[in-house]
Design a protein around this ligand. Structure first.
Ligand SMILES: NC(=O)c1ccc[n+]([C@@H]2O[C@H](COP(=O)([O-])OP(=O)(O)OC[C@H]3O[C@@H](n4cnc5c(N)ncnc54)[C@H](OP(=O)(O)O)[C@@H]3O)[C@@H](O)[C@H]2O)c1
Length: 143
């Protein structure tokens, strides 16, 4: 995850602990990307990383073995993995609310057939989950 996402968790550690039982609900190693020195969360297995995502990805692959690697976000960090050809799938959960403004979900220009919709799942009355496979054969275009 990027530093904004991580800092949200640091700022809201009490709320996260109340909801999940721990200020850091992940029991897997995690990589946090930042150019700054950030506070550590007690008990969390966190590696701080700065710069080219390919270097961190090598270490993530060793830790994950045959398991998936989840890029939490934000969108530009996921985009950096996409630029390096390291994204296999986009999992997008759409909530039943619209925002008048905000950050782009995935600030890259990616068109069909690079993105292939592989599943759509309704989650209660308020959410839907879309899964897209990212084809590696098409050219990447950045916007
Ligand atoms: N709903 C969800 O599932 C979900 C998931 C993720 C995020 N979010 C939310 O979406 C928002 C995302 O914010 P954001 O777009 O600002 O994203 P972010 O990815 O969390 O943070 C962006 C910051 O990460 C650091 N960074 C990114 N790439 C880096 C790299 N290669 N090397 C070193 N540092 C790097 C930079 O900050 P510095 O160098 O200044 O530290 C950059 O400004 C947050 O509000 C977050 O809570 C929601």
């Amino acid at each position: 995850m990027g530093s904004s996402t991580y800092e949200w968790m640091v700022r809201n550690a009490d709320q996260v602990a109340k909801e999940t039982g721990s200020p850091w609900p992940y029991n897997k190693p995690a990589w946090v990307f930042s150019s700054r020195k950030l506070p550590m969360i007690d008990g969390a297995d966190i590696h701080f990383s700065n710069g080219d995502v390919r270097k961190a990805h090598e270490a993530m692959k060793v830790a994950a073995k045959d398991k998936n690697i989840w890029i939490v976000g934000g969108g530009d960090l996921a985009g950096q993995f996409y630029d390096a050809g390291l994204l296999d799938e986009l999992i997008i959960q759409v909530g039943s609310a619209t925002l008048a403004k905000g950050k782009p979900l995935f600030p890259r220009r990616v068109l069909s057939p690079t993105l292939c919709l592989i599943s759509v799942q309704q989650m209660g009355v308020g959410m839907a989950e879309l899964r897209y496979e990212v084809s590696k054969s098409s050219e990447h275009e950045s916007a």
